[in-house]
Structures are given as C-alpha cells and as structure tokens.
Design a protein. Structure first.
Length: 285
C-alpha cells in the first residue's frame, strides 16, 4: 500500500478498524500518508524525513528515522500494558477480598458493634429524600483521605531520609512502615467514625465490647503479619521506634478529625420529612 492513493490507504485502515475490529498501526512520512495516519489507532511518522503534516497527524514520531526504534516502542508499550494488568489484577483481588470481608463482617457483627442508646432518640427522624452520605460525612471522608494520602506519599518519597533508613533492606523497611502506617490510620479512623459530628469520639468506647474486640483483633493480626508473616506478606520486622512512628501517624487522624469537625457545614433548613417548614408567626394568625 506504500504507493497507493491516500484515499485507498484511508479506506483500508478504516475497514480494518471498523469492520474487522483490528488495532491498526500505520507508518508514513509524506503528506499523502496523513489521512491514514490520522485514522489509525497508532500513527508513526519520521522525525527527520517526515513532513509537518504527517507528524501532526501521528501519535508517535520516530526522531532518528530508524525503523528498528519501532521495536523498542512496541516492547515498552507491551511491557507497560502487561505491568498495568498485573497491578490491576493484584489491586482488584485485594479490593474484592477486603470488600467481601467487610460486607460479611457487617452482616454478622459490625452493624451491631455500637449498641443503641437513648441519645439516638434525640435525633430527628430521617427524611424520605435525604441522601445517605451526608455533607458531614463527605467532609470527614475527604479530610481524612487528604491527610492519609499526603502523609503516605511523604513517606514514599522522603521516608528514607526522614526515618534515617540505610542499608540493603532500607526499601523493604520503608514499605513495611508505609503499610503499617496505613493500617493504623484505618484503625484510628474507625474510632473517629464512632461519631460523625461530636469531637469526643472516645465516649463509651469501652462499653462496646464487640467494637473493642474488633480493634484488638485488628492490631494483633497486624503485629503477626509484620513480625511473623514476612515471607507471605512481603514485610520485615520493625523495631519499636518504627512501630511508634506508625502508631503516631495513625493517631494524628484523631487530631485531624477534631480539626475537620470545626469546619461548618451549611445544611438548608428543612422539616424532618424532607418538606420545607411551613411559614409561621403572629402575622399569619
């Protein structure tokens, strides 16, 4: 097809893509190759000999005009694609297992970790059209997420310097600290979630034995994973200082929650059933 008419090249590429659902790559350097380069999934043009029109309609420009460079492009592209697939497979497996465990735990016991109390009867009834995730919940979710993302990214990129980690196992230790800190952030955030609006989230904490059982079990299992299951979990044992760092990073979530609860949330005044309050006053009598 090298010497074919531009329309013929475009027709072939369009037919392969639209009818046969193929992924089409086209190479070219002339102006007459521009329609096919633009239509193709991947258009490759020459950086030196190629015309400006061809390069503008291409996805990849071969700067050295060497076709062997395409092999490197394909090799890297496939490597990135496969690596993304591996990561997605790993991440989705973790997410599916975590979601299923959380769902099953919620159905069996977690929904009853906080026993009913008289304070619940002082809350207004929930309206018919009220959103399940309230603005207060969004405030807490976004605030805690920002804190956790920032602190874990700081550990990821500056952790070795901040924690003074050296030696051949410095990377493994840092990854374990990040994992440990992430888990303790969730543990303390679970305490924060006991009350979405009030600052004192520790009130009645020890009165709920299922909640305490879940907390203690989570901490104990985390210690076992880090200290004993290194081969399975790809972790390394930590000294007491790094354990303290992980716990303190998680505990800061309590302070973050206090700060977030001082941020006012404007909620439009509505009656408890979702309807606007009827006007009232002496002038309406």
């Amino acid at each position: 097809m090298a010497r074919s008419m531009p329309l013929d090249k475009h027709t072939l590429v369009a037919h392969l893509r639209n009818v046969y659902k193929e992924v089409v790559a086209v190479t070219g350097d002339g102006t007459n190759d521009a329609p096919a380069l633009h239509e193709a999934d991947i258009g490759l043009s020459m950086g030196i000999a190629g015309t400006e029109v061809a390069k503008e309609n291409s996805d990849v420009i071969i700067m050295d005009d060497n076709f062997t460079t395409i092999v490197n492009v394909v090799r890297w592209g496939r490597a990135v694609y496969i690596n993304i697939q591996k990561f997605v497979q790993f991440q989705l497996t973790v997410n599916v297992v975590a979601l299923m465990l959380n769902f099953i735990s919620a159905c069996i016991s977690a929904l009853a970790t906080e026993p009913p109390n008289d304070r619940l009867m002082k809350r207004p009834p929930i309206g018919r059209n009220v959103n399940f995730i309230t603005p207060v919940m969004w405030r807490n979710i976004i605030g805690q997420s920002i804190y956790q993302i920032v602190v874990l990214l700081v550990l990821k990129f500056c952790g070795k310097q901040l924690l003074n980690l050296t030696g051949p196992d410095a990377t493994s230790i840092l990854n374990t600290v990040i994992f440990n800190s992430f888990v303790f952030c969730q543990i303390f955030n679970e305490v924060n979630s006991r009350d979405m609006e009030k600052i004192n989230v520790l009130r009645g904490l020890f009165d709920s034995w299922p909640f305490m059982l879940v907390m203690v079990s989570t901490v104990a299992f985390q210690v076992i994973i880090v200290e004993l299951l290194g081969t399975f979990a790809e972790t390394v044992p930590l000294n007491w200082k790094l354990w303290l760092v992980s716990v303190l990073i998680g505990a800061v979530s309590l302070l973050v929650a206090v700060f977030l609860k001082f941020i006012p949330i404007k909620i439009p005044p509505k009656h408890h059933d979702g309807y606007e309050v009827l006007p009232s006053g002496p002038e309406l009598v």
